[in-house]
Design a protein around this ligand. Structure first.
Ligand code: PHE
Ligand code: ZN
Ligand code: ZN
Ligand code: ZN
Length: 293
């Protein structure tokens, strides 16, 4: 996989912060800052050659949106989808939750275009609306897809909070080594997501694969899934601070769902490591469309 420039990811986060600041301080469902966030991401993808579409839905008396972006080419019967929720809570700008996953996925999508990557599998990206109100946008997407289209999505990668200021390094437990695991194929996804961290000697812990983010609606349909996470309201233990650095007995993200989840609420090292791990996974799972030498 190519390097994913941290400066580019941070520039996207600065734009999302600016969108929130000029729209009442948030990017929440039904608020103008959410629609402006969709338009920002869509503009970048359109310019890079993606086929984009905005899916509207109605929830709580407001219109919500999902942005879907397809990279032309690859086997559409074996689609690899990667997603992140783009909405914030009402309380703040949502830069770690989930500007981080949204900006990381965006920059990886742009790197795919810059590299003219020709994967074996078809690649699709999704930016979800109204996650914070109960996975509304991602549920709407999978529930309204025709069954034949849904069955072409063979794997789903989810990134929600990947730059927490006091970071942990967590992978969704798709192989069930510390819980019940996920649909067939989820174990391989977990292994591939962990591989980059192994290569840089950063230990990774399992986190619950319990549906607390937008992969939930996908695994309900038996789609293999996985993802990474740097922690929310939970507190880093002394043992975790030993191995990862940072502050023991302090939340991974003290600004979780708060007004202080701003541009300064990001650990650059964690964000960069997660972006590289995601890119490594997409290039590994996407495969090469070039014939073997
Ligand atoms: N989905 C949670 C939120 O947006 C965050 C979260 C992500 C929690 C992944 C657990 C695992 O608030
Ligand atoms: Zn989130
Ligand atoms: Zn949240
Ligand atoms: Zn595991």
């Amino acid at each position: 996989a190519p390097n994913i420039p941290l400066a580019n990811v941070k520039a996207h986060l600065a734009q999302l912060q600016s969108i929130a600041s000029s729209n009442g301080g948030n990017r929440a469902h039904g608020r103008p800052g959410f629609r402006a966030s969709i338009d920002y991401v869509k503009g970048k993808l359109d310019a890079a050659g993606y086929q984009t579409s905005v899916q509207s839905f109605s929830y709580n008396g407001a219109t919500g949106y999902n942005l879907i972006a397809d990279w032309p080419g690859g086997d559409t019967n074996n689609t690899l989808m990667t997603g992140a929720h783009l909405d914030s809570v009402n309380a703040g700008p949502g830069i770690n939750d989930n500007g981080s996953g949204s900006a990381g996925n965006l920059e990886i999508a742009l790197a795919i275009a810059r590299e003219s990557y020709k994967p074996k599998r078809h690649l699709r990206f999704g930016w979800w609306g109204a996650e914070e109100l109960g996975l509304i946008g991602s549920s709407h997407y999978v529930d309204t897809l025709a069954a034949a289209e849904r069955s072409k999505i063979k794997s789903y990668l989810n990134f929600d909070m990947i730059g927490s200021p006091n970071p942990g390094y967590f992978a969704y437990d798709g192989d069930g080594s510390s819980g019940s695991g996920g649909p067939a194929g989820s174990a391989e996804i977990e292994r591939v997501l962990r591989a980059y961290f192994t290569s840089i000697n950063v230990p990774v812990e399992d986190t619950a694969f319990d549906g607390r983010s937008d992969y939930g609606p996908f695994i309900e349909y038996g789609i293999a899934a996985g993802g990474l996470f740097t922690g929310a309201e939970g507190r880093k233990t002394a043992a975790q601070a030993q191995k990862w650095g940072g502050q023991a007995n302090v939340a991974y993200d003290r600004c979780y769902h708060a007004s202080c989840d701003t541009s300064s609420n990001i650990n650059d090292t964690a964000l960069d490591r997660n972006d590289q791990a995601i890119a490594n996974a997409i290039w590994t799972l996407g495969g090469s469309g070039d014939p073997d030498p």
